[in-house]
Design a binder for this molecule. Sequence first.
Ligand SMILES: C[S@@+](CC[C@H](N)C(=O)[O-])C[C@H]1O[C@@H](n2cnc3c(N)ncnc32)[C@H](O)[C@@H]1O
Length: 344
Amino acid sequence: MKHHLTDLFATVSGKVRPPVCVVLGPPWPVANLVKALGGVETVCYQMDLHQADRVRDCLAEVGAEAGVAVHPDPWDLDPRFETAIFPAAAQADRELKLDVVEQAYHILRPGGLFLSLSEYERDNQFAKWHKKVFGKCGETPAGEDGMAFWSTKTDAGKRRRHEVTFHAKLPDGQPMAFVSRPGTFSYGRFDTGARAMVEVAEVRKGDTILDLGCGNGAVGCLLSAKAGPRGRTTFIDSNLRAVALAELNAAANGVPNPQFLTSTRLEGLGRGAFDVILANPPYYAKSEITRLFVEGARDLLRPGGRYYLVTKMPTAVVPMIFETFGDCSVIENRGYAVVIAGGS
Ligand SMILES: C[S@@+](CC[C@H](N)C(=O)[O-])C[C@H]1O[C@@H](n2cnc3c(N)ncnc32)[C@H](O)[C@@H]1O
């Protein structure tokens, strides 16, 4: 992919004027793109701290220089860019792509250029989205390196936020409303694995809860109701948009004593500080993040505290949890395995 995208970019690079913002995109294509830009002032936007670190590493490896900015939304950047480039990964969600087109509009100066690079040989989506947001769209012919689309910002334009609110409740609880946004896990719905976990988790009055890899915060918000007004819930995620959503959702649902952290290595969490830790690790990350969510959690749990991890792949995860905690049990719920450890 990285070479295809750079080859595609070469066909439209004459349109680029600095300063440039590279909006999202996978780390390697982003770094190669920055290199191809040939040293003009460039900022790479990411919404996840881990991805941002990888972009920095890839930039260093290809010997290219750019600032890396991490915010919940691209439009948190100053609207000072002459060019915004979106190197869209084919596997990126449709909703996220549309959201980037929308938000990139607001980081451009009037007259600024927005360029989308699609991996698809024949992309029939981007032109539609560019026209919706910018009015007009130019494009390269279909080709094996993908297709490029470009548009110019003409006026101030209104911000349109892409978000979906869904509702969820515990079997014996009140329904809560959750705002979700593209680019965060389980957009528009409560994940079935998360539901399976909250249904079996035991939370007592006054418990201190950790929602580990909180996404939009639904897990922590729902269980905070069981801990009551003396309870405390900490939400942590590496994705800044996720943590912004968790803040929004915790406030809207009246979560008592909430705390929010963005971090990639569980920094900032107190050792032995939590009565209950809940983790729904990403499926795609093989063992690295799961290991962090297991081994990192052990020291955070107070003696006698309860640890819950939900997974579709218990054979890979149970040995790790067993080794880390010395013991564990598994409850099958809704087609998922909820692994339970601690509690001694
Ligand atoms: C499968 S999602 C679960 C989200 C939410 N708990 C739920 O069940 O709907 C996993 C979450 O872990 C977060 N994550 C991935 N790596 C992380 C890390 N190193 N530190 C903190 N969070 C991380 C992702 O951004 C994502 O929001």
